[in-house]
Design a protein around this ligand. Structure first.
Ligand code: KIV
Length: 275
């Protein structure tokens, strides 16, 4: 594990509230990807979107604590600078604050990450408080909650009416009061995210929310264009890695089949001694 003296701290993230320059956040699941993203990101999230983007699951519910721990360890090895936050998987925190704390401790102790993230608003506030009171920083996640959505088509934009905007605002205030150091706001009307960002004293990290949030996050594989056919409206693809990988694999297959690879450059041969 790397020395953590140069890592961005939870206090650094908290103090980015209202700053002109938004926080840059991405998900990361492998050490090499973390090493690349680390130079550019303030925060790396080991999210349960790994269920879909790495493991080919239909949703996030199949992700386990052990999966988050294994990938969390890889991200800590691969990064030196970014603040690393780990998702608490479905079924590990909702029912019982004591059980949530036990699982949050496991995540922290076995990875050395800086914080955990969990989904939910006012209903989860007592659990957030219980974990924070035990000394573990918590990032909240409100708006669209992927663990509550079983089908990709079931993803619905939140906060389209006055009432639901008010509910979101109450959720935001509840998680802030419970001691969360920041909150993800996912898939809401921009006006709803703006109201929340203005109302709370902790950073809001938007995904499909608003450019006025205190930070932005995307799933890295979405941003790289390496996920499947379903691309949410809020994703901007900064590369088309699927095409690049397709081309490379096609080229490799052609060269193997025609015995052009391996070529001389790739062989171990005994060098000729000068006579
Ligand atoms: O798991 C994840 O990737 C997330 C992001 C959507 C914020 O929670």
């Amino acid at each position: 594990m790397t020395s953590d003296s140069n890592r961005i701290t939870i206090e650094d993230i908290r103090s980015a509230k209202g700053r002109d320059e938004p926080l840059v956040c991405l998900t990361a699941y492998t050490a090499r990807v973390a090493q690349i993203l680390d130079q550019y990101c303030d925060l790396l999230l080991v999210g349960d979107s790994m269920g879909m983007v790495l493991y080919g699951m239909e949703g996030t519910r199949g992700v386990t604590l052990d999966m988050i721990i294994n990938h969390g360890q890889a991200i800590m090895r691969g990064s030196k600078r970014a603040c690393v936050v780990l998702d608490m998987p479905f079924g590990t925190y909702e029912d019982d604050p004591a059980n949530a704390l036990k699982n949050a401790k496991r995540l922290m102790n076995e990875t050395g990450a800086s914080a955990v993230k969990l989904e939910g608003g006012a209903d989860l506030a007592p659990t957030i408080k219980h974990i924070v009171d035990a000394g573990i920083p918590v990032m909240a996640h409100i708006g669209l909650l992927p663990q509550s959505v079983e089908e990709p088509g079931g993803f619905r934009v939140q906060g389209k009416t006055e009432d639901t905007q008010e509910q979101l605002l109450q959720d935001a205030r509840a998680v802030e009061q419970a001691g969360a150091f920041a909150m993800v706001i996912e898939a809401t009307l921009d006006a709803a995210a703006d109201k929340i960002t203005q109302a709370v004293s902790i950073p809001t990290i938007g995904i499909g929310a608003s450019p006025n949030c205190d930070g932005q996050i995307l799933v890295t594989e979405d941003m790289l264009g390496i996920t499947g056919d379903y691309v949410p409206k809020f994703v901007k693809q900064y590369a088309n890695m699927s095409e690049i990988m397709d081309d490379a694999a096609k080229h490799y297959a052609q060269e193997v089949r025609t015995r052009r690879f391996p070529a001389k450059d790739h062989l171990y041969t005994l060098s000729k001694k000068a006579s």
